[in-house]
Design a protein around this ligand. Structure first.
Ligand code: CS2
Length: 504
């Protein structure tokens, strides 16, 4: 039954009380997606409750008007539904003071960046939103949007908006600012800084020089590691949340109970007391990132592709399949763990057993197609370094090869192979290019060579790794001819052989 109750709002009777009501905004957030609303917003609400401060958030959605319009109709309120098999609990962060669509108002993004009241810019624009080339890791100067942002006018890329905003800030008052990336990129702070500097350096007539000097003096780019599984919202969740609240919430966000935020404490213009929400300020962010991006995200990709190929819709269903669980355990222990220097206060065994609990959260229903989406950019962060580490030791990382084989089987199926509807639901900027390569490939090796060696989808280092590429090709062929379980068992037993021979 659909509830036709009044909408969630600050004065609507029956509305649960928001956690915070900031008087002003000190944070501009780019990427008003579900993840931000279930992660940084909750930490900021805890900080405001415990220590106050003008740390409200102006949220900028990249392109979509849907969430922005719905938030305005609800006094910028929404609920976060924390979902576990034991039940669902709701919280209304209440930290946003405004919201708008960046693509529609790019000049407004630039103007906010130049306001002295804004002291932090946070980013969740996804791995895809940084306009860099996977092969070179540098700003993608061939990207037409970057080129047009460099020529002038209202910038459309995130890096262009940051650079133009910083330019305006430097020209107006030069108040200190910090840019905090919250995306799953390794060394996300340094990476963002490098791209902004490259943009400024590429401006014609040395136009970026003053801003580069301002960056040296007054702008920091701390790195951070963010973690919380946040699936897409469903109509069912909207009904459930509205029933629990007694008023209508059109934009609730579902999230798992687990949450983590590790941040480098280098803020040029102050910061909220995010530790009140459990954030960890540490000099070991690099280690946290590495651990999370490889152990959680890397294994997540494997589970998603194998699960989709087995025909299951969700991550919890996938991890319950014995073969998939075995593949996940093998990649963690044999291929990701050896490449990770765990943070000194984290017990890896405990972290890993928690991962299986988190992936197994059936109530959350995280979809294989969601995790499998954008593999061309996500895998670039997750696999090359651990794969290279094994290859330099003379070992083939069979389960990483299986991850890539699973990805290509889902996104670029060889002629005659149908990977099923969950694979078809995965979106990826490289899908068309990959499909064109697959259409004329004779077998898996052909496809793997074209994608890894010629297209260099995962950077130039893996491009020269013939044995690894051949192994990916074999596994694609096994998936096509004998099915995904046969490929899992082939990869797992090959990796056991290595372990038993004591080479690891
Ligand atoms: C997932 C992540 O979609 C994906 O690729 O691996 O979104 C993952 O759920 C989050 O990083 C968890 O913090």
């Amino acid at each position: 039954m659909s509830i036709r109750a009044s909408a969630l709002g600050r004065t609507t009777p029956g509305t649960a009380t928001p956690l915070a009501s900031p008087s002003g905004a000190g944070i501009l957030h780019l990427g008003l997606g579900s993840f931000h609303r279930a992660h940084q917003a909750i930490y900021t609400a805890a900080a405001l409750r415990s220590a106050g401060g003008d740390w409200g958030i102006i949220g900028v959605a990249s392109r979509s008007h849907a969430v922005v319009d719905a938030l305005h109709a609800q006094d910028l309120l929404y609920s976060v539904a924390t979902i576990s098999p034991d039940g669902t609990s709701l919280a209304i962060p209440g930290v946003h003071t405004d919201a708008f669509v960046g693509a529609a108002r790019p000049e407004r993004v630039v103007a906010h960046l130049a306001e002295s009241s804004i002291r932090i810019v946070t980013l969740t624009v996804t791995e895809n939103g940084y306009s860099y080339s996977a092969a070179t890791q540098r700003l993608d100067l061939d990207d037409p949007i970057v080129q047009s942002d460099l020529r002038g006018g209202a910038p459309r890329s995130t890096i262009g908006q940051l650079a133009r905003g910083l330019q305006a800030r430097a020209a107006h008052h030069g108040a200190p600012l910090s840019v905090l990336s919250c995306d799953n990129l390794s060394s996300n702070g340094a990476h963002t800084e490098k791209l902004v500097r490259e943009f400024l350096g590429a401006l014609p007539h040395g136009e970026g020089a003053d801003t580069l000097a301002f960056l040296d003096q007054a702008v920091t780019f701390p790195s951070s590691m963010v973690d919380r599984i946040v699936p897409s919202t469903t109509a069912h969740l909207r009904e459930q949340v509205s029933a629990l609240l007694g008023v209508r919430d059109e934009v609730p966000v579902p999230a798992e109970p687990f949450t983590m935020w590790a941040i480098e404490d280098r803020f040029a213009g102050g910061r909220p007391a995010w530790e009140a929400g459990g954030a960890v300020f540490t000099n070991e962010v690099g280690r946290y990132e590495q651990m999370k991006v490889r152990l959680l995200n890397g294994t997540h990709s494997l589970i998603a592709y194998l699960g989709a190929l087995r025909g299951v819709a969700t991550i919890p269903e996938a991890i319950r399949l014995e073969e998939v669980e075995e593949a996940a355990r093998s990649i963690l222990r044999g291929e990701y763990e050896p490449s990770v220097d765990a943070p000194s206060d984290v017990d890896l065994r405990e972290y890993e057993s928690r991962l299986f609990e988190r992936w197994g959260n059936t109530a959350l229903g995280h979809r294989t197609s969601q995790v499998g989406t954008d593999g061309s950019v996500k895998l670039r962060q997750r696999i090359p370094e651990p794969a290279m580490l094994a290859l330099r030791n003379g070992e083939i990382p069979h389960l990483i090869a299986l991850t890539v084989a699973g990805y290509l089987s889902c996104l670029a199926p060889l002629p005659g192979f149908d990977p099923g509807r969950h694979a078809a639901a995965m979106t990826d900027g490289a899908r068309e290019r990959l499909a064109a390569l697959a259409a004329t490939a004779r077998h898996g090796r052909d496809l793997a060579e074209r994608v890894i060696a010629e297209l260099q989808l995962f950077g130039d280092e893996l491009a020269g790794q013939d044995a690894f590429i051949a192994r990916i090709g074999d596994l694609i062929d096994i998936i096509r001819s004998r099915g995904v379980d046969a490929a899992i068992s082939d990869a797992v037993s090959a990796s056991h052989t290595i372990t038993k021979e004591g080479r690891r």
